[in-house]
Design a protein around this ligand. Structure first.
Ligand code: NI
Length: 147
Protein backbone atom coordinates (compact mmCIF):
# COMPACT_ATOMS: atom_id res chain seq x y z
CA UNK A 1 0.00 0.00 0.00
CA UNK A 2 1.31 3.45 -0.85
CA UNK A 3 0.40 6.76 0.66
CA UNK A 4 0.61 10.36 -0.48
CA UNK A 5 4.01 10.89 1.25
CA UNK A 6 5.63 7.93 -0.55
CA UNK A 7 6.96 9.58 -3.69
CA UNK A 8 10.37 9.33 -5.35
CA UNK A 9 13.20 9.73 -2.85
CA UNK A 10 12.89 9.72 0.88
CA UNK A 11 11.83 12.96 2.53
CA UNK A 12 14.33 14.48 4.96
CA UNK A 13 13.10 15.95 8.22
CA UNK A 14 14.50 17.65 11.30
CA UNK A 15 13.63 16.18 14.67
CA UNK A 16 14.16 18.08 17.91
CA UNK A 17 14.08 17.03 21.54
CA UNK A 18 14.18 19.38 24.51
CA UNK A 19 15.61 18.58 27.93
CA UNK A 20 16.46 20.90 30.81
CA UNK A 21 18.89 21.03 33.68
CA UNK A 22 19.93 23.37 36.43
CA UNK A 23 23.56 24.14 37.15
CA UNK A 24 25.86 26.71 38.69
CA UNK A 25 28.87 28.23 37.02
CA UNK A 26 31.45 30.95 37.23
CA UNK A 27 32.79 32.54 34.06
CA UNK A 28 36.52 32.93 34.28
CA UNK A 29 39.25 32.92 31.64
CA UNK A 30 42.58 31.72 32.96
CA UNK A 31 44.38 33.73 30.29
CA UNK A 32 43.06 37.02 31.71
CA UNK A 33 43.96 38.86 34.89
CA UNK A 34 41.59 39.06 37.86
CA UNK A 35 40.69 42.65 36.93
CA UNK A 36 40.13 41.74 33.28
CA UNK A 37 37.92 38.81 34.24
CA UNK A 38 35.80 40.96 36.53
CA UNK A 39 35.51 43.67 33.87
CA UNK A 40 34.59 41.18 31.13
CA UNK A 41 32.19 38.89 32.94
CA UNK A 42 30.79 41.25 35.59
CA UNK A 43 28.64 39.43 38.16
CA UNK A 44 29.17 36.16 36.25
CA UNK A 45 32.75 36.23 37.62
CA UNK A 46 31.59 36.33 41.24
CA UNK A 47 33.75 33.95 43.22
CA UNK A 48 31.09 31.49 44.31
CA UNK A 49 29.18 31.36 41.03
CA UNK A 50 25.48 31.56 40.30
CA UNK A 51 22.82 29.31 38.82
CA UNK A 52 20.90 28.93 35.61
CA UNK A 53 17.97 26.84 34.46
CA UNK A 54 19.33 25.68 31.13
CA UNK A 55 17.21 24.40 28.28
CA UNK A 56 18.93 22.09 25.80
CA UNK A 57 17.41 21.48 22.38
CA UNK A 58 19.05 18.96 20.09
CA UNK A 59 18.05 18.53 16.45
CA UNK A 60 18.87 15.59 14.22
CA UNK A 61 18.34 15.63 10.47
CA UNK A 62 17.77 12.59 8.34
CA UNK A 63 15.58 10.67 5.97
CA UNK A 64 12.29 9.43 7.29
CA UNK A 65 12.47 5.65 7.53
CA UNK A 66 9.54 4.39 5.44
CA UNK A 67 9.09 1.44 7.77
CA UNK A 68 8.78 3.44 10.99
CA UNK A 69 7.78 6.87 9.71
CA UNK A 70 10.53 8.35 11.91
CA UNK A 71 13.99 9.89 11.40
CA UNK A 72 15.25 8.17 14.53
CA UNK A 73 13.46 6.90 17.57
CA UNK A 74 12.82 9.96 19.74
CA UNK A 75 13.45 7.92 22.86
CA UNK A 76 17.01 7.23 21.64
CA UNK A 77 17.59 10.99 21.37
CA UNK A 78 16.04 11.57 24.78
CA UNK A 79 18.15 8.84 26.37
CA UNK A 80 21.36 10.14 24.77
CA UNK A 81 20.71 13.68 25.96
CA UNK A 82 20.09 12.47 29.48
CA UNK A 83 22.95 9.97 29.55
CA UNK A 84 25.65 12.01 27.78
CA UNK A 85 24.78 15.49 29.04
CA UNK A 86 22.05 16.03 31.63
CA UNK A 87 23.11 13.33 34.08
CA UNK A 88 26.59 14.88 34.23
CA UNK A 89 25.62 18.50 34.78
CA UNK A 90 22.21 18.65 36.45
CA UNK A 91 22.39 20.19 39.93
CA UNK A 92 26.16 20.50 39.85
CA UNK A 93 28.64 23.35 39.79
CA UNK A 94 30.14 23.25 36.31
CA UNK A 95 33.49 24.65 37.44
CA UNK A 96 33.98 22.34 40.40
CA UNK A 97 32.29 18.97 40.26
CA UNK A 98 31.58 18.05 36.64
CA UNK A 99 34.23 15.81 35.08
CA UNK A 100 33.15 16.50 31.49
CA UNK A 101 33.59 20.26 32.07
CA UNK A 102 37.06 19.99 33.60
CA UNK A 103 39.27 22.81 32.33
CA UNK A 104 36.37 24.46 30.49
CA UNK A 105 35.28 28.07 30.98
CA UNK A 106 31.54 27.28 31.13
CA UNK A 107 30.17 29.92 28.80
CA UNK A 108 27.05 28.92 26.91
CA UNK A 109 29.13 28.74 23.73
CA UNK A 110 31.66 26.34 25.20
CA UNK A 111 28.93 24.18 26.70
CA UNK A 112 27.10 23.96 23.38
CA UNK A 113 30.27 22.75 21.64
CA UNK A 114 30.96 20.23 24.40
CA UNK A 115 27.44 18.85 24.16
CA UNK A 116 27.63 18.71 20.36
CA UNK A 117 30.84 16.71 20.52
CA UNK A 118 29.40 14.25 23.03
CA UNK A 119 26.09 13.75 21.22
CA UNK A 120 27.78 13.49 17.83
CA UNK A 121 29.40 10.25 18.89
CA UNK A 122 25.94 8.73 19.36
CA UNK A 123 24.40 10.10 16.15
CA UNK A 124 27.21 10.29 13.58
CA UNK A 125 26.19 12.25 10.51
CA UNK A 126 22.73 12.99 11.89
CA UNK A 127 23.31 15.80 14.35
CA UNK A 128 22.10 19.09 12.89
CA UNK A 129 22.00 21.57 15.74
CA UNK A 130 22.56 22.03 19.46
CA UNK A 131 20.69 24.96 20.98
CA UNK A 132 21.45 25.81 24.57
CA UNK A 133 19.34 28.40 26.34
CA UNK A 134 20.98 29.90 29.41
CA UNK A 135 18.04 32.21 30.08
CA UNK A 136 14.82 32.82 28.16
CA UNK A 137 16.59 35.81 26.58
CA UNK A 138 20.02 34.30 25.81
CA UNK A 139 20.92 31.20 23.84
CA UNK A 140 23.62 29.76 21.65
CA UNK A 141 23.28 27.64 18.53
CA UNK A 142 26.12 25.34 17.48
CA UNK A 143 26.12 23.29 14.29
CA UNK A 144 29.60 21.78 14.36
CA UNK A 145 31.36 24.54 12.44
CA UNK A 146 35.02 25.28 13.02
CA UNK A 147 37.24 27.84 11.37
NI1 NI B 1 25.83 32.80 34.22
Amino acid sequence: MTSEVQKAGRPVALLTRQESFSAAHRLWADSLSDAENRALYGPCANEYGHGHDYVLEVTVKGAIDPATGMVINLTDLRDAMRELVVSHVDHHHLNHDVAICKGLNPTTENLAVLFWDRLGTRFPGLLDEVRLRETPKNWVVYRGERT
